[in-house]
Design a protein. Structure first.
Length: 212
């Protein structure tokens, strides 16, 4: 009988991975706003606990609610293409949303809607925690809702594609990939703005002092 090669043992999870996994569990059990009652599941986020880049969208849509992962619908394919354009894969970045449960209108499954101010307020503490644990070098705010979280009062049409320094990190505001899906002009702008992310990352090559 052919002997099977023993599989190499996976390294044990780092402290940061364990803390992030525990946070994801708390988010999955969250009942801070009424969306918990209508969701299939909460969508905490995906990606490495030590990601250099955190991409922040608005809220899960129907596909995300079903799968438990952010950006897996049509906006997600567009995001994958944009990441590939700067030689990044989904596995190298941390992807999440400001709101972790799906807002919708109408009888289930209903239509996606933007999150309300109360839903954003109830949820924003989770994103604060994710940023604190992951400590990304660059936070990419995709669309109006994410921009309001990182740079309150700013307009996406004015700041998109322009990196903003905030404490130890860089904020890069971008149009939302879903907004660009049906508007060729926006799509072109988004492609150009993504190149800015590529340049930022090349400039801030690892290792960063004090980052473990
Ligand atoms: N999917 C998400 O996870 N977030 C968005 O903002 C849009 C689609």
């Amino acid at each position: 009988m052919a002997t099977r090669k023993p599989r190499a043992a996976l390294p044990p999870p780092s402290h940061r991975e364990r803390v992030l996994a525990a946070l994801h569990e708390e988010i999955r059990a969250c009942q801070r706003c009424p969306l918990w009652a209508t969701r299939t599941q909460a969508v905490p986020g995906v990606g490495p606990a030590d990601a250099r880049v955190m991409l922040v969208g608005e809220a899960p849509g129907r596909q995300e609610d079903l799968k438990g992962e952010p950006f897996v619908g049509t906006a997600g394919s567009s995001l994958d293409t944009l990441l590939a354009s700067i030689d990044l894969t989904r596995g190298e970045v941390y992807i999440t949303n400001v709101v972790k449960s799906r807002p919708f209108v109408g009888p289930p499954p209903g239509r996606n809607r933007p999150p309300s101010t109360n839903e954003i307020q109830a949820c924003r503490g989770w994103l604060d925690e994710q940023v604190r644990i992951i400590r990304p070098q660059v936070v990419v705010a995709m669309g109006r809702i994410a921009l309001e979280y990182v740079l309150p009062g700013r307009r996406i049409s004015e700041v998109h594609g322009t990196p903003q320094r905030q404490d130890a990190r860089t904020i890069l505001p971008l149009f939302h990939p879903a907004a660009a899906l049906h508007r060729q002009a926006l799509r072109d702008v988004l492609k150009q703005d993504f190149l800015v992310l590529g340049r930022l990352l090349r400039r801030q090559e690892r290792p960063q002092p004090g980052r473990k």
